[in-house]
Design a protein around this ligand. Sequence first.
Ligand code: HEC
Ligand code: HEC
Length: 615
Amino acid sequence: MNVKIISFAAGVCLLSACISTPDEPDITNAVWLDQGWSDDQRQWFHHESQGTATLPVPYEWFVEIEQPINIEHWYKGAEKNKFSSTEYLQKFGYIPSVKTTSNPDALAVGFVRTAGMTDAVNGGTYNAIGMTCAGCHTGHLTYKGTSIRVDGGPAVTEITTMIGALGISLVETDVDLIRRERFKNAVIKRMRDENPTTPVSDLETRFENTYKAIIKGLAEQAIIVARTKKASVDEGFTRLDALNRIGNTVFGAYNPVNIVATTAPVNYPHIWTTSWFDWVQYDGSIMQPMIRNAGESMGVAAALNLKPGADQFASSVKVKNLFAMESLLAGTHPQKAKAFNGLKAPKWPEKILGKIDQSKASKGKVLYEKHCQSCHLPTTNSQEFWSDKYWKKITPNGENYLALNIIPTSVIGTDTAQSEILVNRTVDISGMDMSGTVCGEPNGKPIQVTSSKNTPFAFALGLAVEQVVKHYYIQEKIDPKEQALMNGGRPNCLQAPKAYKARPLNGIWATGPFLHNGSVANLYEMLLPAGQRAATLYLGFQEFDPKKVGFISTPSDGLENTKGLSKVIVSGPEARKGNFNSGHEFSDNKGGQGVIGPLLKDDERWALVEFLKTL
Ligand code: HEC
Ligand code: HEC
């Protein structure tokens, strides 16, 4: 068992009364939209490990632990009240999945078993419970009883509260002797099934040692949460401050002074087409897919050794799996066939959400070409999009990648918090003995990175991730040609442009709430002057609004009294930085901050919304 501090564990409240989750509409029918993946590919993507131990307990513990005490606990009976049950995890927005050999306990989408993790408490190895890409990058909307699932779409989950609830359950179980015994017996039974020759007393000792370490870890975590809580901006449903959390998990484990408040929650981005972008992340900061993915694995708690010495940069990151995941998303180079063939953007399902008004949409198309295309590029279904004009080579003999427009925050005027993380944050990695270069932009010149008390976070992370990946390549004897392929044929370039990228809008209908920080409820409101957008959002309700196109989430939808939703104030005096819904405005305040086009007439807005449904 690895008791490294996981920055996700919330531990914010210590009574289960604090956990409130919304009631969702009844579902009678569920569909996965056709996005080019077979059922087997989808299943693999949902449950393949990337080598992480995201939750602070062993796999068997996660499967067997009961839910925090609530009324249901008493009337349903304990066995039915497993924390890992789909019914419970759905309350945090997770999507039901099926039982297969790779998902033997039928856990929800994104939850995976990582076998063979080093057990720092007991020696030997243990099975961890990790989160894979699909846990954060699978979308879910409901409409009139149909559950619509979108691979690569933004998760509508609340991961921090889920992990907090797990912490509460562990503490409750530890003090309730009958419940503890029941839990222990269930875990030991699973351990015996796997280790039939190990004496039960040894298994019991392991169980007790692990429990002690977990409770200690939770207490440490509670102190950190208390220290950073005031400055942190609540993430809630649909959002996570992934960038700051990666820094906290990776460099906080090296030295706790590196743990900072989470100040920039972002909406989980959709990840179709991203494999072909020249830059990824909202702020367009990372070029190489392997660096992005391995960095993310380290952020969701892969085991990692950053201490100087022979085994520095050894990790549990499954680099080959990351490559396979990225390849499944990417497909083969799309330019020749003039279509993406990896994970495709979801098409608006007319049978479920209603017919698109084509004549209105064709008016919207003209408006798109006039007001949107200069930043978001011609639509991916146009001939023009595939011409070399919009694609560029990053290395002389390499492939073409889509050259995105990256727009300074001074122009786009949206909340600046996320774009400032890499500009401002430094980490104390003195003593790590890490030194090397990364490729810096805009000119691709090497930048020297050394471990110091205030190494820029972007470069420290970029180089540390590169070293972790290299360590894997050497250990697994991967030859240089194969390495280049696994690195996506791109160098490890990094930049912090204080800007946000404008991506193509294919499949945008399925990705609300909008803007990087999820501060705008629907596509219609995206086209209103910021002052006319809803000033408060209620996130986490999954029912879709096919008219305005987004989740039902504004006060005018009448959600004030729905318990358990994440209330986010996005404008006005009470709004906090990180949540602002400003900018990206079409208004007659020409020259105003974040005004990027003229005030649109209402019928123009509706025509644009109709057109965006067709992409
Ligand atoms: C714990 C949640 C979580 C997991 C697990 C996760 N991601 Fe992400 N991912 C995010 C968030 C949040 C962002 C946005 C970060 C930012 O830009 O600030 C992101 C960003 C991305 C981006 C950049 C998208 C863009 O618009 O530029 C890609 C690509 C991506 N993730 C792919 C993956 C893949 C592939 C995996 C698995 C190997 C994965 N992610 C696992 C939460 C997650
Ligand atoms: C000046 C460049 C520019 C123009 C013009 C522009 N956009 Fe954007 N758009 C951006 C940028 C940059 C972002 C990302 C901003 C952010 O997340 O803070 C964005 C984000 C969006 C988003 C949210 C994407 C998401 O993932 O949540 C939508 C929807 C959108 N734009 C639609 C449009 C439409 C429709 C038009 C034309 C009516 C348009 N944009 C015109 C630059 C532009």
